[in-house]
Design a binder for this molecule. Structure first.
Ligand SMILES: Cc1ncc(C[n+]2csc(CCOP(=O)(O)OP(=O)(O)O)c2C)c(N)n1
Ligand SMILES: [Mg+2]
Length: 334
């Protein structure tokens, strides 16, 4: 992808990717200090996907993500403070500290998770899109007309092994629902390579089998991701039915905080690092004379301040009181 974006927009993309990177580096550090516990799936290496794709959505669209969703929440606009507080398990977290890393949520931005179940987001997204189709919101948002709502559903390559993937694509196509499926193919589901669990590794072809248009996109190139998502989202918005994009990307860290990484070679990781999305984009912007060292220093300083503030917000947050333990827990009393 060589199209030059306008300078301001390019700097915004770079800022967003760097902000996700720094947020997660800080989260990893805080994890080692025992401030954050439980699962923590880092998105490091995949930032171009969330940032590029998110440019195509309006505040009225809906977003569904996976448990590797820190980047998506930040790119969607949820402030870093409530997200960091959620990682801490504090009551000022975006899910009141009850969800943690895998369950970020922000109804005000139509961000519907953060879902821990592999493939679990696909039927949720189909349901949201079905609701939009059955009860179109008041103008100017009308399904089938320009400006219709889109539900964007991010999921991993591991999810294509789930029945929910097949059922969701089938129903979405059959009912022509306004949903955009965004597969983040980082080649592995935990320690299992795609080719070890799928007879057909071309995910776009699987979508074609359910009569969905689909394309594979370089997920390390933020501009390619943005352009493809804009095109696909526009098609969905116009009422043409669902669409699938497969982003070819790579995670640089372990599946969760630690794993022995016996399933891939160091050379493979190093090869992908040569296409590291943030420094590659930075290099392009310098080549295009869109970025100076001063610009970069300003961006880094703004991010440092934002992350410091987010950590302070999380540190100062209260724990949920013990008496609230059964609040919002629905069960029959016996
Ligand atoms: C239904 C279900 N089965 C198994 C798991 C355990 N599990 C957690 S993450 C994961 C791998 C998913 O890989 P992928 O969808 O490619 O996402 P990635 O972690 O690569 O982003 C598995 C099997 C789960 N959370 N849900
Ligand atoms: Mg994967």
């Amino acid at each position: 992808m060589t199209l030059e974006p306008d300078r301001e927009h390019a700097l915004l993309l770079l800022h967003q990717m760097l902000r996700i990177r720094r947020f997660e580096e800080k989260a990893a550090e805080l994890y080692s200090l025992g401030k954050i516990r439980g699962f923590l799936h880092l998105y490091i290496g995949e930032e171009a996907v969330a940032v590029g794709a998110m440019q195509a959505f309006t505040p009225d669209d809906a977003i569904v993500a996976t448990y590797r969703e820190h980047g998506h929440s930040l790119a969607r606009g949820t402030p870093a403070g409530p997200l960091m507080a959620e990682l801490y398990g504090k009551a000022n977290g975006c899910a009141r500290g009850r969800g943690g890393s895998m369950h970020f949520f922000d109804a005000s931005r139509r961000f519907y998770g953060g879902l821990a179940i592999v493939g679990g987001g696909l039927p949720v997204a189909v349901g949201l899109a079905l609701a939009d189709k059955l009860t179109p919101p008041s103008p100017p948002y009308q399904v089938g007309a320009k400006g219709g709502r889109v539900t964007a559903c991010f999921f991993g390559d591991g999810a294509v092994a789930e029945g929910e993937f097949h059922e969701s694509l089938n129903l979405a196509a059959l009912w022509k629902l306004p949903v955009l499926f965004l597969c983040e193919n980082n080649l592995y589901a935990m320690g299992t390579a795609l080719a070890r669990h799928q007879s057909q590794t071309d995910i776009a072809l699987k979508a074609n089998a359910y009569a969905l248009p689909a394309e594979a996109v370089d997920g390390m190139d933020v501009l390619a991701v943005e352009a493809a998502t804009q095109r696909a989202a526009e098609s969905v918005r116009q009422g043409a039915g669902p669409y699938l994009l497969e982003f070819r990307t790579y995670r640089f860290r372990a599946h969760s905080m630690y794993d022995a990484e016996l399933y891939r070679t160091k050379q493979e990781v190093e090869q992908w690092k040569e296409r590291e999305p943030i420094s590659t984009f930075e290099g392009l912007l310098r080549e295009w004379k869109c970025l100076t060292s001063e610009d970069l220093a300003k961006i880094e300083a703004a991010i440092d301040a934002e992350i410091d503030e987010a950590v302070a917000f999380a540190e100062a947050g209260p724990w949920e009181p013990v008496e609230d333990l059964t609040k919002d827990v629905y069960t029959e009393r016996t």
